[in-house]
Design a protein around this ligand. Sequence first.
Ligand SMILES: Nc1ncnc2c1ncn2[C@@H]1O[C@H](COP(=O)(O)OP(=O)(O)OP(=O)(O)O)[C@@H](O)[C@H]1O
Ligand SMILES: [Mg+2]
Length: 502
Amino acid sequence: MSLATVLSRAQNGLTADLVRVEVHLANGLPGLAIVGLPEAAVREAKDRVKAAITTCGYEFPARRITCNLAPADLPKEGGRFDLAIALGILAASQQIPAERLAGLEVLGELSLSGELRAVRGALPAALQAKRAGHALIVPLANADEAVLAAGVRIIAARHLSELCGALHAGELAEYLATNSAFDIAVDGPDLAEVRGQPMARRALEIAAAGGHSLLMVGPPGSGKSMLAARLPGLLPPMSEDEAIQVAAIASVATSGFDPRNWRRRPFRSPHHTASGVALVGGGSSPRPGEITLAHLGILFLDEIPEFDRRVLEVLRQPLETGEITISRAAQQQDFPARFQLIAAMNPCPCGFLGDPESRCRCTPDQVARYRGRISGPLLDRIDLQIFVPRIERQALLQPAVAVESSADVRVRVSAARERQMQRAGKPNVLLNATELERDCALDAATRALIEAAMQRLRLSARGYHRVLRVSRTIADLAHLPTLTPAHVAEALRYREFERSGV
Ligand SMILES: Nc1ncnc2c1ncn2[C@@H]1O[C@H](COP(=O)(O)OP(=O)(O)OP(=O)(O)O)[C@@H](O)[C@H]1O
Ligand SMILES: [Mg+2]
């Protein structure tokens, strides 16, 4: 037989479609023709595969070799198919037993010496191999990642010759994760380290409980970054399914998946100089950006007025839908982006507006221009907006009083989340107008309070719903089925920034 088929997987966004690598040997002028890949990728794959086969002591057949990768519309990077092509050639020329490749999928880039190099997207490939009921061969460097798709047989390979040896012997050993890094990591900075700041602590708790986005405005050094970094520790631990989603995204991203981050809620804090593509995702074969890497976790935008305004505007769609669509000439890709937005900024360009020692020298015009960099519609989507004052020196110097730790707060947050899941099947931040009307029963006194506030604050319809949403979370933290005036009054306090101008 001079025909062999090896299964592999492409990577397209977060999906890993099955690819059949068919190798045919025919009489004629010796050479290797690869069809189904873009030209540049073909040239590189040819050279690597040929070198790897010969350096491993096998014969590169002196025949006309046609290698077809089906279906034909594959991504540009061809490296991931190297191993499948090499095994196909070796099987078609009867140098390895072809029947041992049945039920196997193969991923891996070859070095010229036959060493296997890591590929991107090993986890999505493993998840789909599992669905297909196939085993998967991956480079050793990808093995820890691939085994996360529990229930699929992963075979880790270091070197082409070693793998061929195992195929001859019929002994493909399953890779077993021994890494202790897979233990659930719940560490990170603790809320107990924050002195004072009762309002900010409370806002963080509400944000965590309802999944709300939060804007913190305050002078330099008031602890905004410090507070934001403590939000992941307040959120309920990720489920297995959520952890897999997060790991799969990291697996296809430029930086790759690091097993040490397994089960850790994403906390992404891109710098304000980040480009649109870095933040939102993109590229000719689209890769996820920061907002997708923050999926199910936190996107922290420090000094938000410094971000490019057009880039910020793009956040409006995912904030509402939890998804981002990236369109490129060649293809369109949807990535999940259900992140919780935490933003921080100074109150004015110099940072000292509202400071008790009144060191601010900014003109009202400068302040207005600075704040104008965040558009109204984006601000309108941030449920909680608070002022974070600098804490007094004495408070920092005094011995710490016993304050609640992140674990204490997490108990209340988890209970409130549980209520939301039972009632609506989703966190409050995702409630739409109809669901809010249904879940926020208002008695006469509460309704009167909201009506008065709407007039006084000139609330838009969206602003009104924001107040309801936050009130709902506050009531959930208090284990109450209906809203009371106290809940609404508290929710209205988290709009202080827009109101006071300080
Ligand atoms: N409430 C606080 N309790 C304990 N430490 C604090 C508090 N506020 C500030 N600090 C200390 O001040 C440092 C600076 O805080 P942080 O970087 O969070 O300020 P910031 O508001 O983000 O400032 P900037 O506007 O310059 O980014 C913290 O690392 C911490 O050591
Ligand atoms: Mg900061």
